[in-house]
Design a protein around this ligand. Structure first.
Ligand code: C2E
Ligand code: CA
Ligand code: CA
Ligand code: CA
Length: 275
């Protein structure tokens, strides 16, 4: 006979049930939101630390929900990933961001976050190629940001996708570097262009622990593997100065600019701004 033990007699947990219902509602909403054009993109500049030139802008997804109001990606991307809806949503983001970038004055590129599930899809690379052609955007102006979680699947499949993208001319950034299961080996065996040092290090690097050393180490790792380094989440001049001293090339953060609406990008690229 089956042993019944412990707290497993809690058949019905109203809180869990409510949460599950909430999720189902959000999933249905995601589909409707996509159809009803409730998603939009904000763009956050990434600057060259020396010239202060805008190298690229990162596309950050927003959802203007009719009832819940403005939702940050952390509140719905995980659900979109779990339900597979990240595929159509991700395609929308990529197309929209490439179209926008093609209309910007000058040479600034666009960086698009891509989930593992999108990246693993065999149609992904051809899709990127089509989107670039359709938008009339030079491939070198597109950066795909991936996290190390994509490296956990079939190594040779991911290596092939990355090198196919780079063969087209698309750049690859390793996002959130230093968090999760970072491995120096990943820098060696996967073809990459940029390394993005996660905001958690920026927050801690001037607070006297080991994080300052870690940032220095990651900057040197970037140099060693011929990757340009970007540090995220720069909010203070002290952090900016430290990043400069560490030899980091690019900076991103509220000190420079918050993510801005699409219709303000052209003006920002034309007139520049103070840091
Ligand atoms: P991420 O790729 O690490 O993006 C950086 C996040 O840090 C953004 O949050 C940005 O607004 C925020 N940030 C930038 N500078 C600062 C700063 O100085 N201070 C603070 N406190 N925050 C700063 P956001 O827009 O809420 O995005 C959160 C995450 O959602 C992103 O993290 C990314 O992982 C994911 N995401 C956003 N858009 C997309 C998308 O289109 N597709 C996918 N798959 N994921 C996306
Ligand atoms: Ca990112
Ligand atoms: Ca990041
Ligand atoms: Ca992050």
């Amino acid at each position: 006979a089956k042993e019944i033990s412990g707290p497993s007699h809690a058949f019905f947990d109203p809180a869990l049930a409510a949460e599950a219902l909430d999720r189902i509602a959000i999933e249905r909403d995601l589909l409707r939101g996509l159809a009803d054009q409730e998603f939009f993109i904000e763009y956050q500049p990434i600057l060259d630390i020396h010239s202060h030139r805008v190298m690229s802008l990162e596309a950050l997804l927003r959802w203007n929900h009719p009832v819940r109001g403005m939702m940050a990606p952390d509140a719905f991307i995980p659900l979109a990933e779990r339900t597979g809806l990240i595929l159509p949503i991700g395609r929308w983001v990529l197309r929209e961001a490439c179209r926008a970038a093609a209309s910007w004055p000058g040479e600034a590129g666009v960086a698009v976050n891509v989930s593992g599930d999108q990246f693993k899809d065999s149609g992904f690379v051809p899709f990127v190629r089509d989107v670039l052609a359709e938008a009339g955007l030079e491939a070198r102006r597109l950066t795909i940001e991936v996290t190390e979680s994509v490296f956990t699947v079939d190594v040779s499949v991911i290596q092939k996708s990355l090198s196919d993208l780079r063969a087209i001319g698309v750049k690859i950034a390793l996002d959130d570097f230093g968090t999760g299961f970072s491995s120096i080996n990943n820098l060696k065996r996967f073809p990459l262009d940029h390394l993005k040092i996660d905001k958690c290090f920026t927050d801690a690097m001037l607070k006297g622990g080991s994080d300052g050393e870690l940032v220095s180490l990651m900057s040197r790792l970037g140099d060693a593997f011929q990757l340009s380094t970007t540090i995220e989440g720069i909010e203070t001049h002290m952090q900016l100065e430290f990043a400069r001293l560490m030899g980091i090339q690019n900076v991103q953060g509220f000190l420079i600019s918050r993510p801005i609406p699409a219709d303000q990008v052209a003006e920002l690229l034309t007139n520049g701004f103070e840091v």
